[in-house]
Write a protein that binds this ligand. Structure first.
Ligand code: C5P
Length: 236
């Protein structure tokens, strides 16, 4: 497998073509951004930690029958993935109130959400990723009603698998963001699952072990990501 030209450079990851049109290389960079790119920093070792964290979670999800784009780790900061036609939406599942849900509805941080909430946001940096509903998605063609149902079903299956995994390590999976894409019409989990895109708290101390450490200037960002990974069984 030969790595070729860069196809896309996001805020924290880059994607490269390979000599096989069905496969891509995903590079996890040390760049860390928050508040729609208004806060940006390089955090040493973050690329490696997130790459290995993501590989571990994607493997776990595949073991429970969830289709993902992940193929294998290539090196410390790169993974091989299947090429997807990404849907322009982000799916957020929440087991506890935090972040934009707390701000939007005035729900205290930490309140249990039963059943978990499920939300769609439009992927658009210019618009600040606005929240959207199923009617918007149908009217503007961002996803078909069938794809919407499949995203919900897969996101809730991810939740069932990961909630238990995290709980077994005395961790609370507060919320997370997923992105999906299509291969030959099949809906597949894409992008990444890392502490950059989820919230996780220590069940006993409430300590935040995710990107809120960066957003809120709490320090020890990568150290916390790594400690979180080790508790789940990730080998760095
Ligand atoms: O900001 P908000 O509370 O809506 O975020 C919910 C979850 O989705 C958080 O875990 C956050 O890290 C993640 N998220 C993300 N990328 C975005 C928006 C949210 O990874 N563009």
């Amino acid at each position: 497998m030969e790595k070729r030209q860069q196809l896309y450079r996001g805020k924290a990851k880059s994607v490269f073509a390979t000599d096989d049109p069905s496969l891509l290389v995903m590079l996890f960079r040390n760049d860390t951004s928050a508040f729609d790119g208004k806060k940006m920093e390089q955090l040493e070792r973050k690329g490696m930690v997130n790459n290995k964290f993501n590989a571990f979670i994607m493997d776990k999800l595949a073991q429970t029958g969830i289709p993902t784009h992940f193929v294998r780790l290539l090196n410390d900061e790169e993974s091989l993935v299947r090429s997807l036609a990404m849907l322009p939406v982000e799916c957020v599942v929440r087991n506890r109130a935090a972040g934009s849900l707390s701000r939007r509805f005035g729900i205290p941080e930490g309140q249990e959400l039963n059943p978990p909430t499920f939300e769609f946001f439009l992927k658009s940096d210019e618009l600040g990723d606005p929240m959207i509903n199923e009617s918007h998605m149908a009217t503007f063609g961002w996803a078909t009603p069938e794809q919407i149902e499949q995203m919900k079903e897969l996101a809730l299956r991810v939740n069932a698998a990961l909630k238990d995994l995290f709980a077994a390590a005395d961790l609370v999976l507060v919320d997370y963001k997923l992105e999906f894409g299509l291969i030959d019409g099949e809906l597949v989990l894409g992008d990444e699952f890392s502490p950059d895109g989820c919230r996780v708290w220590d069940r006993n101390t409430g300590e935040k072990l995710d990107k809120d450490r960066f957003r809120q200037g709490l320090g020890n960002v990568v150290e916390s990501y790594e400690a979180l990974g080790r508790r789940l069984g990730v080998q760095f």
